[in-house]
Ligand binder design. Structure first.
Ligand SMILES: [Zn+2]
Length: 322
């Protein structure tokens, strides 16, 4: 993980070499080719559809380009060109500390691979990550913002290191109520979140197939549940793999803010629509956040930490006087 290397933390990073991979699209069932290329500083993450006219092909990975959130996060540009299922690759790039990359795709969907971020992290690790020696910026949350959709809600609140906490509740006995909270640094994303696969219910598959969706969905790329439990012979990778995958999806959706967010994201039963609504609320409330240098964000964390230490020392002094 790039964030564990101090010299990489405060500078923008890109890949050291291009990555090429092939996989099946979850919804189209088609074989898709994808290439991730290094990109210049300050260019962010951009997608290029190779199957449409070059003038219409570019789609920036940004919150205001989200055009559909029903089954996955779909990005679109002003020419009506779209790209589906971007969230897992965006989570892998954000989790690896890649700020700038150009992603070429052969059609309107990204490969689902095994339904997790693990294969993507391995590809990124093999390619390597290089510092671009230009400062990395971040979003520092100053005051809380919240969005609600029925009983679902999501909050971004001030906090030090980027943290994601999620609560989910499903009627299904294999899932039930699960909660998980992680600080996104060092190896935590790679070990605790990236291996968690997407999941679906066998009973929903017929309906989705009828709509021409999830045509590539299988136990090779998702945890499948029926009335009796998990159908996959290999079982689960974690007992709470479902909520961990929700955290992965949230990280991918929040990457559409285009900068790392220093604050605490908490969501109850999140989905792609809720996550995008939260980013729209964030950028509509200019007083709720500040754009800071990544180095300044790290200094603020250190200062807060030392203030907390000083406060706890003065509390213990008071106790010793009593
Ligand atoms: Zn997902």
């Amino acid at each position: 993980m790039v964030y564990s290397q101090p010299e990489h933390r405060v500078s923008q990073c890109t890949l050291a070499a291009r990555i090429d991979y092939v996989g099946v699209g979850l919804h189209s069932g088609r074989k898709l080719t994808t290439s991730i290329l290094p990109a210049p500083p300050n260019s962010g993450i951009c997608f290029v559809r190779r199957d449409v006219h070059a003038e219409h092909a570019l789609i920036r990975a940004s919150w205001h380009n989200v055009v559909d959130t029903r089954l996955c996060t779909v990005l679109g540009n002003e020419h009506g060109v779209t790209l589906s299922t971007v969230e897992h690759l965006l989570a892998a790039l954000r989790g690896s500390g890649v700020d700038n990359a150009l992603i070429e795709v052969s059609a309107g969907e990204l490969p689902i691979l095994d339904g997790s971020c693990e294969p993507l992290l391995k590809l990124i690790e093999a390619a390597g990550i290089v510092s671009q020696r230009l400062p990395r910026s971040a979003i520092w949350i100053e005051s809380p913002i919240e969005v609600r959709q029925g009983e679902r809600f999501a909050v971004l609140a001030p906090g030090d290191w980027p943290r994601i906490s999620v609560d989910i509740e499903f009627e299904h006995a294999a899932i039930g109520a699960q909660c998980y909270s992680v600080e996104l640094h060092d190896q935590i994303f790679a070990s605790e979140i990236a291996p968690a696969r997407t999941f679906g219910f066998a009973s929903d598959l017929d309906e989705l197939h009828g709509q021409g969706l999830a045509l590539g969905g299988s136990m090779q790329n998702a945890v499948v549940l029926d009335d009796d439990g998990v159908v996959n012979a290999e079982g689960l990778r974690f007992a709470d793999e479902f909520v961990r995958h929700k955290i992965l999806d949230c990280l991918g959706d929040l990457a559409l803010a285009e900068l790392p967010i220093f604050g605490h994201f908490y969501a109850y039963r999140p989905g792609h629509r809720l996550n995008n609504a939260l980013l729209r609320e964030l950028f509509a409330n200019r007083q709720a956040w500040r754009r800071v240098g990544y180095d300044e964000a790290l200094r603020r964390i250190e200062n807060n930490e030392s203030r907390r230490l000083a406060a706890s020392k003065s509390r213990s002094r008071r106790f010793s006087l009593v």
